[in-house]
Design a protein around this ligand. Structure first.
Ligand code: GLN
Length: 200
C-alpha cells in the first residue's frame, strides 16, 4: 500500500515540526509552497504562524485553490491555521476559508499570556497543550464536534473533514493528535462521524 501523502503549507511559520511528526508516523510529506502542489495530496496541515501573513502570501488565487482543496480533503489547522479555516474571525476581523462553522478570536489570551503550556483533555486523556499567541474559539456551530478542551474552552474541534486546534500539538511529545488526523486521511476523506476504524 502506498504511503499517505500529506501536505504541510510551508509559506511561513511552524511547518517543519509538523513535517517531522508526520514523517515519524510514516506519512510522505510534501512541503507546499505553491498551491499547485495541492493536487494529489490525501490531506493538508495548515500550521501556526501569522494568519494575516498567510493571507497576503496566498493571494486571492491561492486562497481560492485552498478553499476548494479543504472542501474535498481532510485538513488540519493549528493556531494560525485554525484562524484561516474559521468562518468568523475577530480581533480584528479577517477573511478566510470559511471551512468550519466556528467563531475565533485572535490573540485571545492577552499580552501576559503570550505563550504557555497547559494541560487540557483530548479524547478523555490529560494532554499537554502549547499555546503561542493563541486564539480562542468563541462560537461553536451545531454541526461542530468538540474534540479537546482546556478548562472550559473548546481548543480542538472538527466539522466533517476539517479539524482545527488553537494550540500546537507538533511541539509536544504526544503523537496522538497527528495520529488521529492521519487516520481521518486514511478514510479517503469521507469521514463524517467519530472514528471507529480498527482495521486499515
Ligand atoms: N497570533 C497568530 C495569528 O493571529 C497565531 C499565532 C500562532 O499561530 N502561534 O494569526
Amino acid at each position: 500500500m502506498r504511503k499517505t501523502n500529506i501536505g504541510v503549507l510551508a509559506l511561513q511559520g511552524d511547518f517543519d515540526a509538523h513535517r517531522k511528526r508526520l514523517e515519524e508516523l510514516g506519512a510522505e510529506v510534501v512541503l507546499v509552497r505553491k498551491t499547485k502542489q495541492l493536487d494529489n495530496l490525501d490531506g493538508l496541515i495548515i500550521p501556526g504562524g501569522e494568519s494575516s501573513t498567510f493571507l497576503k502570501l496566498l493571494g486571492e488565487a491561492g486562497l481560492e485553490k485552498l478553499k476548494s482543496f479543504v472542501r474535498m480533503k481532510p485538513t488540519f489547522g493549528t493556531c494560525a491555521g485554525a484562524i484561516l479555516l474559521a468562518k468568523e474571525v475577530e480581533n480584528p476581523q479577517q477573511m478566510g476559508l470559511g471551512a468550519i462553522d466556528i467563531g475565533i478570536r485572535r490573540n485571545a489570551y492577552g499580552r501576559q499570556l503570550e505563550s504557555s503550556i497547559r494541560q487540557g483533555v483530548f479524547q478523555g486523556s490529560p494532554t499537554e497543550m502549547v499555546f503561542i499567541r493563541a486564539p480562542k474559539i468563541s462560537r461553536v456551530g451545531p454541526a461542530v464536534e468538540v474534540l479537546a478542551t482546556e478548562g472550559k474552552d473548546p481548543v480542538m474541534v472538527r466539522q466533517g473533514n476539517v479539524m482545527v486546534a488553537t494550540f500546537h500539538p507538533e511541539l509536544s511529545a504526544d503523537t496522538s493528535i497527528h495520529k488521529a488526523f492521519l487516520e481521518s486521511t486514511n478514510n479517503g476523506g469521507q469521514r463524517t462521524g467519530t472514528s471507529g476504524s480498527q482495521s486499515s
